[in-house]
Ligand binder design. Structure first.
Ligand SMILES: [Ca+2]
Length: 538
């Protein structure tokens, strides 16, 4: 005999399964034998109490249970207004060198909506995304968060340790989700009816890993600002560092934050109104060409001043706008940056060394003395792509298995993101669309929503709030990412009516439709430019 849970997790064992075996062993079918009393229906599997003792019999392949304890309603891990839940901690071990710690939070009793949300991570940090877990829990979801398989903030754990790098780059979400589903089933004696994924930045990267490598884990994946093109992204960080300095000179820089803000303010002044709303946001930076905004016009006529760029500063900006290229083939290695994102470039421009230098020093070259000025954007790119990209990159545009499994993929990306280029999300989307063969075949399961004026995952001058708070923004599929995904999966209604909000000063100052690429919000020419109703997607 099999049950859905016994089929999916064959090593289940334990009291509940034994009870079920005993009942089925004597029954022999539907009870319509015509002889004697009808066999009783098989008993339901027994839910477990939220105690360690109740889980003593539960074995989960590749995972170790650590703690089981109830948490009262209120504040936990700095997250307020949480319902009461059962907290289970465990670790997953997909390889002998793996150690992926994770937490599972399950709302008590009937407050659980029967579904699951796994959350992603940020950067190379082992920190769990408690804010995302709380967001899901408050909506009634059980939720999982993990540490990606390492426990320190440095990157030394990856030295000569490709299994741990692969856990971080490709595998940890799968491992904790499979084990977490089994624990959830063990607690509630029924599997999650739906499983969704939610993450941004590295979290978006992890969502792409799931869609490409583990297409059966989730019914829906919400991936923000995905850093999935990871090796190339780190090439860009090095390019940005080098572009902003004289050759082989670390301690002389050209562009500072004043000059970066000058570029953005001049770009906005030139291009803000192109979209019909003078709101400090360039809705589509691709429309802001050098015909409207030409950085050359900022060249200082005389001495350097806060209101102009020197020739070196201008040259640095142009290199960063363009992005890294292979000097031999001229192939673009990573896209450049949208006009309007300049004011944020400094955060990943590096200081004493390029941002993510440890990726190269420890993971790629195994050389503590590695010198970024010696990096060859042809030969060394090929070396890195052969050595590390298979462990960490999520660039396979063949999503046919995910689509066939019924999965939905919702990607959002801020146009002003200075950390992961929106152009890279567009490039990936277009490669998927080419393989899918048509816009309609792509729309059926994959939506890319570019958020005007939004920075990296949030913030910025645009309408960049995509989640309900239940007060200012109602919990509605047209206003909340998770609710939108749930409706898309369960009702087949794609998020074509999504409205992003700009919250400032304790109020919603502006709303704007978020349109599925390649559509964009176009002002109707009449009505309040701060109201989504004055725009349509076309
Ligand atoms: Ca505008």
């Amino acid at each position: 005999m099999t049950t859905p849970s016994a089929t999916r997790w064959p090593a289940w064992g334990g009291l509940a399964a034994l009870t079920l075996l005993a009942a089925c062993g004597g029954g022999g079918g539907d009870g319509a034998t015509g002889e004697g009393p009808a066999a009783p229906p098989p008993p339901e599997r027994l839910a477990r109490a939220c105690t360690p003792e109740a889980f003593a019999d539960l074995q989960i392949p590749g995972a170790v249970l650590k703690t089981v304890a109830p948490v009262a309603a209120g504040t936990h891990r700095g997250q307020a207004n949480l319902p009461a839940f059962c907290l289970i901690t465990a670790s997953a071990h997909p390889t002998s060198r793996s150690n992926i710690n994770f937490e599972l939070w399950v709302p008590d009793g009937e407050t659980w909506n029967g579904k699951l949300v796994t959350t992603g991570n940020g950067g190379y940090s082992p920190s769990l995304s408690y804010g995302d877990m709380a967001y899901a829990l408050r909506q009634g979801y059980a939720t999982i968060g993990g540490d990606t398989g390492h426990q320190t903030e440095d990157m030394l754990w990856g030295v000569n340790n490709p299994e741990k790098i692969e856990d971080w780059g490709s595998r940890s979400i799968n491992s904790i989700t499979v084990a977490g589903k089994a624990l959830l089933d063990g607690l509630r004696a029924k599997p999650a009816q739906r499983a969704y994924y939610l993450g941004c930045s590295t979290g978006g990267h992890q969502g792409f890993a799931e869609a490409q490598r583990y297409p059966d884990d989730f019914d829906g994946i919400i991936a923000g600002a995905p850093g999935n093109n990871r090796t190339a992204l780190n090439i860009e960080f090095m390019w940005r560092f080098r572009s902003n300095r004289p050759d082989s000179v670390n301690n002389v820089t050209y562009l500072n934050n004043t000059k970066l803000q000058l570029l953005t303010s001049q770009a906005v002044a030139a291009c803000d109104a192109l979209d019909g709303a003078s709101d400090g946001v360039i809705d589509d930076p691709r429309q802001c060409t050098t015909a409207q905004f030409n950085p050359d016009a900022l060249l200082c006529a005389g001495a350097d001043a806060p209101t102009c760029l020197t020739a070196d500063q201008l040259n640095a900006a142009k290199k960063i706008y363009q992005g890294p290229r292979n000097p031999r083939t001229n192939a673009q290695l990573y896209p450049g940056w949208p006009v309007g994102s300049e004011s944020g470039w400094g955060s990943y421009m590096g200081g004493t060394e390029p941002t993510r230098a440890d990726f190269w020093r420890y993971w790629v070259f195994d050389d503590p003395q590695w010198n970024w000025w010696a990096f060859d954007f042809d030969r060394d790119v090929a070396y890195a792509n052969a050595k590390i990209a298979p462990l960490v990159d999520q660039t396979n545009a063949d999503l046919s298995r995910f689509k066939a499994a019924g999965g939905k993929l919702l990607v959002y990306h801020g146009w002003n993101d200075p950390v992961v280029s929106a152009h890279d999300s567009i490039g990936y989307y277009e490669r998927v669309r080419t393989l899918q063969g048509s816009q309609a075949a792509t729309d059926a399961f994959y939506r890319l929503m570019l958020v005007p004026g939004m920075g990296h995952c949030s913030g910025g001058a645009g309408a960049g709030t995509l989640r309900a708070d239940g007060t200012l923004i109602p919990l509605d599929p047209s206003r909340d990412l998770l609710a939108a995904m749930d409706r898309w999966v369960e009702q087949g209604q794609a998020p074509d009516d999504f409205v992003a909000s700009r919250v400032s000063g304790g109020a919603v100052q502006r709303t704007r439709p978020l349109c599925s690429y390649p559509k964009q919000a176009v002002y109707s020419g009449a009505g309040d430019t701060n109201s989504a109703s004055s725009y349509r997607c076309q």
